[in-house]
Design a protein around this ligand. Structure first.
Ligand code: ZN
Length: 389
């Protein structure tokens, strides 16, 4: 026993020591901690490296190099990713297998979701992307080799039209999920807590009636994170986001929506992982996040909406259209936005930058006591237009 512990210790010391040098042989590791994520590169601007995907914990990765705060991992022969060092732990008692074979597939539904499950030989990494016209999900499973000789599809799935796959290249099994609906309502990918079964869960369209939607409202910033400040008034963004978020909550309830989830209702510090965890635990039909913009150039002004995934763009376009109708100029509809809260794929989400706190005209609009209600009405109308298409 003692000698095993000793040899593990020595192995650890050797692997940690060797990471100061270039790594000559991949080292096996597993993801850990709260909401680990992979990035395409080590970018260090305000929003960090371009995010590839959030990842489950306990997922096997091949560490091939080490940077200051990141490890570089190899997902496929031609695809690397970057992961925070704190998000992985080394796996000392396993070595890489030459291949990992896929097992049985199954599809089924309940009254809120359609499911695809795949028996996996280990917890292997994945990423997903959305396509529109036609609506489709593409999920890449890394390190996996197809050994699936059929897919059993039981019953009628409400949202999924077809599930199929191809071995794209060595170590990349690509899953295609063709969707029936005109709206991407979100999807989640996760492993079972005990087994290595991977689940792709696709959200079904909720009833068309806006009253039955479950809407999450996020007041940006809060507590220690005060965000931008009004150039003239000095008013803090965190106070304004809460004011406008509460006006939106009131407006949604007035429209008959019973189920509204607020990420915060008081001035409190809330980290991005905490916000995302709260949202994933409650699983709303959609998320609206409220912010106010700021620029070093005081002539820059206007309202804008942001999305990360193309499937969620229509929601942000509908809201922007309504926002332009209440006396705000258009700054734009911003896509591929690398912001943490735009990252979850589980539900459609729209970040609204109401206007610029750094522009005198916009600041006057923002501070006008009538405008939280006006903005709330515009957002509610945008949600309605989008959800009923
Ligand atoms: Zn902000």
């Amino acid at each position: 026993m003692r000698s095993i512990i000793l040899s593990l210790l020595v192995f650890n010391i050797i692997s940690i020591f060797s990471l100061a040098q270039p790594i000559s042989k991949p080292i096996l590791a597993r993801t850990q901690g709260v909401l680990p994520f992979f990035e395409y590169g080590p970018g260090d601007d305000r929003l960090g490296g371009a995010k590839m995907t959030y990842m489950d914990t306990g997922v096997l990765v091949r560490v091939i190099d080490s940077l200051a705060s990141d490890y570089i991992i190899e997902l496929a022969p031609n695809l690397k990713a970057f992961v925070a060092k704190s998000s992985v732990r080394f796996e000392t008692n396993q070595s890489f297998k030459p291949y990992y074979l896929s097992g049985n597939w199954k599809t089924y539904s309940d009254d809120r979701f359609d499911y695809i499950t795949i028996a996996m030989p280990d917890r292997l990494p994945y990423r997903s992307s959305m396509q529109v016209n036609p609506n489709r999900l593409i999920i890449d499973l890394f390190g996996l080799t197809s050994n699936t000789n059929w897919i059993t599809q039981t019953g009628i799935q409400k949202e999924i039209r077809n599930t199929w796959y191809e071995q794209l290249e060595n170590g990349v099994l690509r899953v295609y999920v063709d969707l029936k609906g005109s709206i991407h309502w979100g999807h989640s990918i996760y492993y079972d807590t005990i087994s290595n079964k991977l689940t792709i869960r696709v959200k079904q369209a909720p009833p068309k009636n806006i009253k039955q939607l479950f809407v999450a409202v996020d007041a940006g910033h809060g507590g220690d994170n005060s965000g931008a400040a009004g150039d003239i008034s000095g008013k803090l963004e965190k106070e304004l986001t809460l004011l406008y978020a509460k006006a939106l909550e009131k407006e949604l309830k007035k429209a008959g929506i019973k189920h509204v989830y607020m990420t915060r209702t008081i001035d409190t510090t809330l980290s991005m992982p905490e916000r995302i965890k709260g949202l994933k635990d409650t699983m709303p039909d959609l998320l609206i996040s409220i912010h106010f913009n700021s620029s070093s150039v005081d002539t820059v002004k206007g309202t804008s909406t942001f999305y990360r995934y193309i499937g969620f763009r229509p929601l942000t376009q509908s809201i922007l259209k309504q926002m332009k109708g209440i006396g705000l100029t258009e700054f734009g509809n911003v896509g591929s936005f690398n912001f943490a809260l735009s990252g979850p794929t589980d539900f459609p989400n729209c970040l609204v930058e109401v206007a610029f706190l750094s522009n005198p005209q916009d600041e006057k609009f923002i501070l006008n006591k009538k405008n939280p209600d006006k903005v709330a009405k515009a957002i509610r109308a945008g949600i309605k237009d989008w959800s009923q298409q």
